[in-house]
Design a protein around this ligand. Sequence first.
Ligand SMILES: NC(=O)c1ccc[n+]([C@@H]2O[C@H](COP(=O)([O-])OP(=O)(O)OC[C@H]3O[C@@H](n4cnc5c(N)ncnc54)[C@H](OP(=O)(O)O)[C@@H]3O)[C@@H](O)[C@H]2O)c1
Length: 327
Amino acid sequence: MFAVIIEETGGPDVLRYGEIATPEPGPDDIRVRIAYAGVNPADWKNRQGMLAAFRPYTFPCVIGFDAAGVVDAVGANVSGFTPGDRVFTPTNHGQGGQGSYAEFAIASADRVAHIPEGMSFAQAAALPVAALTAWQGLFDRGGLQAGQMAMIHGGSGGLGGFAVQFARWAGARVAATCSTPNVEYLKSLGVERVIDYRKENISEAVAAWAPGGLDYLMDAVGASTIPNGLDMVRTGGTFVSIPTLTDDGDIPAAAVAGAAKGVNRVFSTMVDVGCNVQLAQIAKLLVEGHITLPPLHEYALRDVARAHEAVQSGHTRGKIVLKVADL
Ligand SMILES: NC(=O)c1ccc[n+]([C@@H]2O[C@H](COP(=O)([O-])OP(=O)(O)OC[C@H]3O[C@@H](n4cnc5c(N)ncnc54)[C@H](OP(=O)(O)O)[C@@H]3O)[C@@H](O)[C@H]2O)c1
């Protein structure tokens, strides 16, 4: 199959378009023929070798987590999927399988959901990692409730665009930070208090908006960009950080400080085992119009280096997707 492969970790120049053996599905797996691959910040970090702590790199390596396409083949134990079905998935890349910047990828069936009618491959490819991480950080680990006052630090990114909308859909009152060019974008997503971090003091803005302290805070940017986050959360509230691999501060010390203040201090990394149920739920919210898809920026697979430069800038509004094939 054709794929973008790396033979070594490094900068965007290590991304090469080439050929590699087509992966075979195991008994519980689905092989997906990919139409679009989604791009996440984890991809450039992966390319640079930053995921070595989680699993060894075996070269040639295909990176990329998110994929949307059609079922190509199913393992002996898989039911509910037939070749030709339109599906999306974070693939098995997180478990060491080859990634989604390729003609085909393998995913365990419990990580695969059908794409609902009315949703394109490009839209579906933008969902898995960003939307699942937002959902789990808000609800599974953050316990966000209707009526609570929530702030999303980094509301204009891929993850943040989902987080602010999920929080609103759940009935929370939502504030979010972004840079000046994204203020109107976040207003359009229904954010009640948009905080322009380039012009405003975040702490002062939050104190005026939520004088009793936030019930919930999500940091989707990095510890150095919100060093006083704990001070913004009320005792008994929740402060969720999404680990970035690049700017996480001192996690054990943060946990101790959170406990001392009586704040539920959480570091929430995406869990993809059995994520098919959440993927289907999120897709339903989209096609029913409860949330809108953040803006998509499309690149051809062969332009992957440019896509990586864009995501690595740290200022993507919405999501980047790679077109792999016309399906
Ligand atoms: N551990 C996990 O399971 C997991 C899963 C998903 C994502 N992540 C991590 O979560 C982070 C966000 O992911 P993403 O997909 O949303 O990234 P993204 O699409 O690149 O968005 C990043 C956003 O951060 C904002 N930003 C940059 N500097 C900022 C600052 N100083 N203050 C406030 N906002 C700032 C940018 O907004 P402006 O352009 O408006 O400044 C941009 O929209 C990444 O580090 C990613 O690796 C971790």
